[in-house]
Design a protein around this ligand. Structure first.
Ligand SMILES: Cc1cc2nc3c(=O)[nH]c(=O)nc-3n(C[C@H](O)[C@H](O)[C@H](O)COP(=O)(O)O)c2cc1C
Length: 395
């Protein structure tokens, strides 16, 4: 049974159900200085391009086990990646994926606390269908749903749909209209018509509305100027790729985003993706990182992936490309948290000072390493004042 507060009403069948919950009660808005989540559990190999033993096979029983484990420990977010085909190589990285709305509905049904995301490629889902899928998951979760809006960055996926591959910045104009229509469907009680540049719809109707009021939160991971502008003006959370890892550079990047949002009258959270290798000694952690990246990395898959992102040898010097390769194999280009639990918590302190609100974690072995994170890293985060003890949160 979900443990959230809401307005309880008695349905026709005499059962109590929750119709409304303020979005502020979503765990995304709790008081923890560093919120935590898990990314890419719905994809084979998660975010790690390696043939190492115990890398993520992606089955439903394993997904359920890790989701429940994280939920019970008070993780704020569980987030899937929208991916339709793999990147080749020995791993065929991200070849097996669960569809993100279905994934979110199922994960919502087995959890009580975490905010459950779906990730939606806006050009591949009609907003009328998307709005209803989101509302459905918001009801299943008891008002814990959020939507990650992505415009697409892998052309081959769009060819599977025969979908138009628009010019880069136009994708964000399209996403703005798409989201505008979704939000109207979430909030307008009366039937309405919509006349836009891409969507023309008559007599639009959708019930039930989402439980969260005024509406569920939206996240975006745009990194370009157009993407950041979209994130700052349209989203509640921005997924940032830190361009510089020093405190001043990172802080300036995040401040710029939050200032852009404030100018548009919005408050945005900034989240980043981190890959974690936690071991008893720093040497053990570094040796394992070296093992799964250098000795067992899938270089064919990572080269395919970098080529798709336009990071080829013609455009980048070899040493820069090597560094990109390393971080993409290690954790899809995320920020490294590698070392002992104490060192990781120190590094998280730096991220707090930079202005990061939350980290989405990937590991090679989600099952074992998530358990280790809960047992060894989270108590230190609580001691360091980065998070409150979950039970004390009333979660
Ligand atoms: C952590 C993270 C998760 C992302 N998840 C997806 C995804 O699930 N599917 C997708 O097609 N793109 C995904 N993206 C790509 C972004 O939506 C975006 O296209 C990318 O960061 C490039 O920014 P730009 O579109 O502004 O050029 C993700 C990006 C990041 C950083």
């Amino acid at each position: 049974m979900a443990r959230w507060l809401g307005l309880s009403e008695k349905g026709n069948d005499g059962l109590h159900f929750m119709e409304q919950r303020p979005v502020r009660d979503n765990p995304l808005y709790n008081q923890n200085r560093m919120k935590i989540g898990i990314i890419a559990m719905n994809c084979s190999h998660g975010s790690t391009i390696t043939t190492a033993d115990n890398s993520w096979k992606m089955t439903w029983p394993d997904t359920r086990e890790v989701s429940v484990m994280a939920d019970r420990a008070g993780f704020e977010v569980l987030l899937p990646v929208a991916r339709w085909r793999g990147y080749g190589g020995e791993t065929n990285f991200n070849n097996r994926t669960f569809e993100t709305y279905n994934w979110a509905a199922a994960v919502a049904a087995v959890t009580d606390y975490s905010c459950i995301f779906s990730t939606s490629h806006v050009p591949l889902t009609h907003p009328v269908a998307a709005a209803k899928q989101c509302a459905t998951i918001d009801h299943i979760s008891g008002g814990r749903f959020a939507l990650n809006v992505v415009c697409g960055w892998f052309k081959n996926e769009f060819e599977m749909f025969n979908a138009e591959w628009r010019e880069h910045d136009v994708r964000y104009e399209y996403a703005t209209e798409w989201l505008d229509l979704v939000r109207r469907i979430w909030t307008e009680e009366n039937e309405f018509d919509f006349e836009g540049r891409w969507f023309t719809s008559r007599n639009i109707w959708s019930q039930p509305k989402p439980i969260q009021k005024p509406m569920p939160p939206v996240m975006n991971a745009g990194g370009s100027e157009a993407g950041q502008k979209f994130a700052a003006t349209q989203a509640d959370m921005n997924f940032v790729i830190l361009k510089q890892r020093d405190i001043e550079g990172g802080r300036a990047q995040i401040r710029k985003l939050k200032d852009m949002a404030r100018e548009a009258g919005r408050e945005v959270q900034s989240w980043i993706h981190v890959y974690v290798v936690c071991r008893e000694t720093e040497k053990e952690a570094r040796d394992y990182l070296n093992h799964y990246v250098v000795e067992r990395g899938d270089y064919v898959a990572v080269n395919n992936l970098l080529e798709i992102f336009g990071m080829q040898s013609e455009t980048l010097p070899p040493d820069v490309l090597d560094e990109f390769r390393f971080h993409f194999i290690a954790g899809h280009g995320g920020y490294p948290l590698v070392g002992t639990a104490e060192q990781i918590v120190d590094e998280i302190d730096t991220l707090v000072r930079i202005g990061v609100d939350g980290i989405l974690i990937s590991w090679v072995d989600y099952k074992t390493e998530c358990r280790q994170w809960i047992d060894e890293v989270m108590p230190l985060m609580e001691q360091a004042g980065q998070r409150r003890l979950f039970e004390a949160n009333g979660g």
